[in-house]
Design a protein around this ligand. Structure first.
Ligand code: SF4
Ligand code: SF4
Length: 453
């Protein structure tokens, strides 16, 4: 994609410029793949928080838009996206690489839909509480990858004065274009969903952050908001990880979210593009979250593109819808190449947070051999959190978890920028991930024993 609007660009400090690789899919309209043939799999963990409790059992008949998983704490409802029969409720491989309790449904291909009491209407007919209730009931979570329940994000503590509702249209990960296509093709719902979120915060304005390599998205959304006094588009410099929550907030508002803090601490709420579309569908059309847009890309795919799919569809079927494989992938990634999760098989389901299925050949996914650090400092310059990745790498290799925490290693967002720029190809991101996970585990163990770590 070309860079434009270069005179008024906002950005953050640090970051890198990997090839964006969006040419494969950016000009291809979203295709519907809405009648999958195989069993549908609905993991009870599709959000940040505790897994849902399945409320159906083997042999039950279900209708589309029926609740099959209820939150047991922090979480969001899980709905069927087809009608049919519950074939089983058992642990199944999840995109996160673990086995997770899942409801398996045999699709009857009728798509009979559950009649509900909630009726479609304009958000203007609803109170704030009714809007939040519709969003909660729809099971909406952050669809950019984090999976944080949206009804909780949109209901911050009363002492948090929200001044900015920011839509994250940056889509800075290479290969991904699903948000871009949604901004072009579903612009009314994007603006309507953002308008609904904004209505919850009377003192706020809405900002749509879009990188300058997406001029068509900027022009299209600008035409939809030209009469909206409290909405503006903020053109961002194309740089990775521009779409990171803290980086986006800094670029748009100049505010820094403190270590361990939340966007609401600096008066901000950040929402993903597909999430605001889901808000629009939930509030205006009374529909739960049961479909999403997925980019299928990489040099192993015959016809890369963007697909509208039912949540629960297998990755394999979505890849088949893209024409299948032209060569054997050496790496399959759920998400983008920088922050995505490598997976070992395509026999896993699309969940609420599945933005991309990336299939890369060996030549595109070689992990180079590490050599000794040459103290060039490039990793420090690239780190958007202002950490010292080479130092954190050494601390993890020495298993010095206290020092890792003291140097704010737990603030790492695992963006991969340090590894990307390192001339010695040190595995900086991987060691930061290990450090963060180890400290989280140690803290959990300490909490279980009633102590502190
Ligand atoms: S240390 Fe973490 S946040 Fe900093 S560049 Fe590396 S992966 Fe990104
Ligand atoms: S970029 Fe690599 S070689 Fe340079 S200081 Fe960081 S770890 Fe060392």
């Amino acid at each position: 994609m070309k860079n434009q609007f270069s005179s008024i660009l906002k950005t953050f400090k640090g970051g890198v410029h990997p090839p964006d690789e969006k040419h494969q899919t950016c000009d291809k309209p979203i295709q519907d793949f809405m009648d999958p043939q195989g069993d549908m799999i609905y993991p009870m963990q599709q959000h940040l928080g505790a897994p849902c409790r399945p409320i159906v059992k083997k042999g039950d008949s279900v209708l589309r838009d029926q609740i099959i998983g209820e939150p047991t704490g922090l979480g969001a409802y899980i709905y069927t996206s087809v009608s049919g029969t519950v074939k089983d409720v058992k642990p199944v491989l999840h995109p996160n690489g673990t086995k997770v309790l899942s409801v398996i449904i045999e699709n009857d291909h009728q798509y009979h839909t559950l009649e509900k009491n909630i009726k479609p209407c304009s958000y203007k007919e609803l109170t704030k509480e009714e809007i939040l209730e519709r969003i909660k009931l729809a099971g909406i979570v952050g669809m950019g990858g984090a999976g944080f329940p949206t009804h909780i994000k949109l209901n911050p503590a009363p002492d948090k004065k929200i001044e900015y509702v920011i839509m994250n249209g940056s889509e800075c990960e290479p290969y991904l274009t699903s948000d871009y296509r949604v901004m072009l093709e579903d612009s009314w719902r994007v603006v309507n969903g953002l308008r609904i979120a904004l209505s919850l915060f009377p003192e706020a304005k809405a900002c749509i952050g879009i990188e300058n390599n997406k001029p068509k998205a900027i022009e299209t959304l600008q035409s939809y908001i030209q009469d909206e006094k409290d909405m503006e588009i903020v053109t961002l410099k194309t740089k990775y990880p521009q779409g990171g929550e803290k980086q986006l907030i800094y670029a748009v508002t100049g505010r820094e979210v403190p270590s361990g803090g939340l966007p609401a601490d600096v008066g901000c709420i950040v929402l993903n593009v597909d999430t605001v579309v889901a808000i629009s569908r939930a509030v205006t059309q009374a529909r739960p979250l049961q479909r999403r847009i997925v980019t299928v890309a990489g040099d192993c795919v015959k016809n890369p593109g963007n697909f509208r799919v039912r949540i629960g569809t297998s990755f394999q079927e979505v890849v088949d819808a893209a024409g299948g494989l032209v060569k054997k992938p050496s790496k399959i990634i759920c998400g983008g190449p920088m922050m995505g999760m490598p997976v070992s098989t395509l026999e896993i389901p699309v969940i609420k947070t599945s933005s991309c299925i990336l299939l890369l050949s060996e030549e595109k996914s070689i992990l180079p051999e590490e050599s000794a650090c040459i103290r060039c400092g490039k990793c420090i310059e690239a780190c958007p959190i202002h950490l010292q990745p080479y130092e954190l790498n050494q601390l993890v290799l020495r298993r010095d978890w206290d020092a890792f925490a003291r140097l704010h290693g737990t603030d790492c967002i695992e963006c991969g920028s340090c590894s990307y720029v390192c001339p010695a190809k040190r595995h900086l991101t991987q060691t930061c991930k290990l450090g963060r996970k180890t400290i989280a585990d140690l803290r959990k163990q300490a909490a279980a024993k009633g102590g502190k770590n």
